[in-house]
Design a binder for this molecule. Sequence first.
Ligand SMILES: [Zn+2]
Length: 417
Amino acid sequence: MEYQINGERLLQNLFTMAQFGQNEGGGIDRSLGSKADYDTREWIKSYWQDHLKVEPETDAIANLWAKHSGTEHRKPLVIGSHHDAVPDGGKYDGAMGVLIATEVLETIVEQGILLKHPLYAISFTGEEPNPYNLSTLGSKVISGRLRKEDLFSVHNRETGESLEDTIKRLGGDISSLENARIQPGELAGFLEVHNELGRHLEAQGLHLSGVSTITGIYREEIQVYGENNHAGTTMMPDRKDAFLALSDLAVGLNEIVGAYEDPDVVGTMGYVKVSPNEANIVPGSAVGIIDIRTCERKTISEIVKKLDDLTEKTEKGRRVKIKRQVLLDQPARIMDEDIINIVKENLAKLKEPENVMVSMAGHDASNMQLLTKAGMIFTRSVGGKGHCKEEFTEDADVIKAGQLALETILRMDEELP
Ligand SMILES: [Zn+2]
């Protein structure tokens, strides 16, 4: 290896960043707009200023940028991830990708490596689900998936603060949101390193992987209308139990999806609300949200068709009315072939199997794919844990992922226009 990252420094930075928002149980509370979000940003900016010898920039949606210039007049390469976390989250999700981006840039600056392209490190705003009900906020704005009009009416459902005020506190400005927008073709490429958040790598005995595709995500809200009635006096055949009908769909979805026996096809009903939600009343109303993930559009259609049949059967059998509404139908995003190949060759160089896998979680990279050639690198999540404080990637894997990222950026600089 011609150039080496500083693994100890990377681990130290990971440890330092994990102090922001760490709660008593060891989990991390660093949601968009929180004090921990603010403090982390201050730390990142001052670290970049001291170590990367750049003046950090904050764009209109408060994404943080460190811009290192190249030797030729080229479009920039971008590397990064996000620094926010889910409530009681782990210290790797997002943070590791931001700190690997930082380490790659620091290595390049420190060792005087000359790049043809400018290289930008980014830490995205609000990637995780948050009290504003907006995820991958920063990358959605720069890729044009969210506009000013979409954001002015948004408020924090817990504190009531407007998103506009929150973004202002973080150094952005929603009224000039178009300034944050990047047009397709303005960048040369994007790379994100992330922990897998699943158990695929561990199950295969692998430590690192490239990513071929980021899964498509389909969500529906299912509303069931039955009849409230007395839990004691209503005879069993007379009931119109909305919760039971919704349960039939939850169990049915699990069976339909499970029948594929494909690790890259999953379905969940993770949100339910039953009303009146009383022990002595047959529930007259129930609402659930289902989430289906696969890379194949055809598979989504097949599953939805089977759910249609099941819905009809359930309406008859449970004597209820069911209304379904699509909330999200986001297609799979295919990562760039050239970057996948570079990652594979670098894996071989690092004596790792040349594995490429599907990401079953959404990431900022899927929005960046709308703008430029995008790629991702995954690290093994021990025990498959993600979005929880038990989230863990071994030190050796963090360091190796950092080295893989550096090698990949150097090759992207060589090979991409
Ligand atoms: Zn993440």
